[in-house]
Design a binder for this molecule. Structure first.
Ligand code: GUN
Ligand code: ZN
Length: 455
């Protein structure tokens, strides 16, 4: 099958590739077999069925590295920080998934929601319920999305309706992994999912780490999101040097580990994470919503940490990775501006010793803090996420040899001007992120199969 459209690829954190009149050939297995300028490729490939999508654009599908399926219907519950928010809104919503028919219907809507927003790959938390998780896998299989999914594990400090025994949690997780990991030619994968240190015993976390290694599966959890959470972890695990060290001791850190949030990490923790190859999943809208803070993204990227992006629905308000990428830029700019402003006030302030002033200025860490721009945010949402999953040879950009995971987008839907003359792709991309509109995504393909089409 051939697709003719305006093509946009993330090449690197600083560079886009644009082919205004592109042709992409996809074989029966859903693999990209040719991609390039129409006039160059058409003479060689011309006599096959072709979908002429012009003036629409094609881009690689979005990669959401952190999202909670059962929280989709509990979004935007405002007013609380992490721990009381979990108790008040989230745990009751997750408890409803004890009823597998609720879980199945909810999963169908959730996956449709992801595809509708142009997400082709997602790393997903289900609930503690094995049947609900199994139902979610069936729905993911049926709708065609690429999913990394896991049953949440929690065996302590949890509400009675969600708390499991350690043995039951490990056994059910292993059974689900054996059933689903690698299914549908690798489109479905398993992630062991110990929720976060406070709700997991050491035995549970150690077991999850061992099993992830045994099966070559992923492991996903939350790390260092909120100051009250940090204090709780410190009280529960006094033998650990810090929050990261809890996971390190349980053998949970490796290249297939996804750590959501990671806002409050000291230099030693960052070094441990970098050396392990684990990924920090940046969730800027969630971090704002729960008043957790602004993760120092620029600093982490500068230090060579692996970073991806996640919507973290339901603390994040929607499944849109376009809006999440825009929030990467917005929060990065706010962090930058606030630090510049603080430095400005500090310079004008009397009564400080020079050494104190220098110390505070050093803490503000002004030098590398130029804000992240849409090109870099788009890279994080696509190829960067794919790389974090170790899947960048398969997905993340539209290149020969990769799977045809792509979205068809109409940039006119987000442009208040009509008949705008051609302009640099960075500008079009910037509008797609900042002005994202659900109707902008016209179709979503995974491995060459159309999983969503706007009517
Ligand atoms: N930490 C532990 N569980 C959760 C969750 O469901 N959402 C967020 N944002 N943080 C968590
Ligand atoms: Zn989360």
């Amino acid at each position: 099958m051939l697709y003719r459209a305006h093509l946009l690829n993330p090449c690197s954190p600083t560079r886009l590739e644009e082919i205004p009149d592109a042709l992409m050939e996809v074989n029966a297995a859903g693999c990209i077999t040719a991609v390039g300028a129409f006039e160059e490729l058409a003479p060689r490939l011309g006599n096959q069925p072709m979908e002429d999508l012009r003036p629409l654009w094609i881009l690689p599908g979005m990669v959401d590295l952190h999202v909670h399926l059962p929280q989709h219907e509990a979004v935007a519950m405002d007013g609380l920080e992490l721990l009381p928010w979990l108790e008040t809104f989230i745990f009751p919503a997750e408890a409803r998934f004890a009823d597998t028919s609720v879980a199945r219907a909810s999963a169908a809507r959730f996956f449709q929601g992801l595809l509708y927003r142009g997400t082709t790959t997602a790393s997903i938390y289900a609930t503690v319920h094995a049947e609900a998780t199994d139902a979610a896998f069936h729905e993911a299989d049926r709708c065609g999305i690429r999913a990394i999914l896991g049953k949440v594990m929690m065996d302590q400090h949890s509400p009675a309706a969600l708390q499991e025994s350690t043995a039951e949690s490990l056994a059910q997780s292993e059974a689900l992994c054996q059933t689903w990991h690698g299914r549908s030619q690798g489109r479905l994968q398993y992630a062991f999912t110990p929720r976060f240190a406070p709700t997991c015993s050491s035995e549970l976390m150690r077991g999850a780490g061992l099993m992830a290694e045994k099966y070559g599966a992923y492991i996903q959890t939350h790390l260092s999101e909120n100051l009250a959470e940090l204090a709780w972890v410190k009280a529960l695990f006094p033998e650990a040097a810090n929050y990261t060290d809890v996971y390190q001791r349980m053998h949970m850190l490796g290249p297939r580990t996804l750590l959501a949030h990671g806002i409050h990490l000291d230099a030693g923790e960052r070094q441990v994470i970098r050396e392990s190859g684990a990924t920090i999943v940046h969730c800027p809208r969630s971090n704002a919503f729960l008043q957790s803070g602004i993760m120092p993204l620029r600093r982490y990227l500068g230090e060579g940490l692996s970073v991806g992006l996640g919507t973290d629905v339901g603390a994040g308000p929607s499944l849109s990775m376009w809006a999440e990428a825009a929030a990467v830029c917005t929060t990065s700019k706010l962090r930058w501006a606030e630090r510049q402003n603080l430095a400005h006030h500090l310079r004008a302030m009397g009564g400080l010793e020079a050494s104190q002033r220098a110390e505070i200025m050093a803490q503000l860490d002004l030098n590398p803090l130029t804000p992240v721009d849409p090109v870099q945010a788009f890279h994080l949402a696509t190829l960067g996420g794919a790389r974090a999953l170790g899947l960048d040879s398969r997905i993340g950009s539209l290149e020969v040899g990769k799977d045809a995971d792509f979205v068809v987008v109409d940039p006119r839907m987000v442009d208040p001007a009509v008949d705008r003359p051609a302009e640099p792709p960075e500008r079009v991309l910037s509008r797609m992120l900042y002005r994202e509109h659900p109707g902008m995504v016209r179709a979503t393909y995974v491995r060459g199969a159309r999983c969503f089409a706007a009517t």
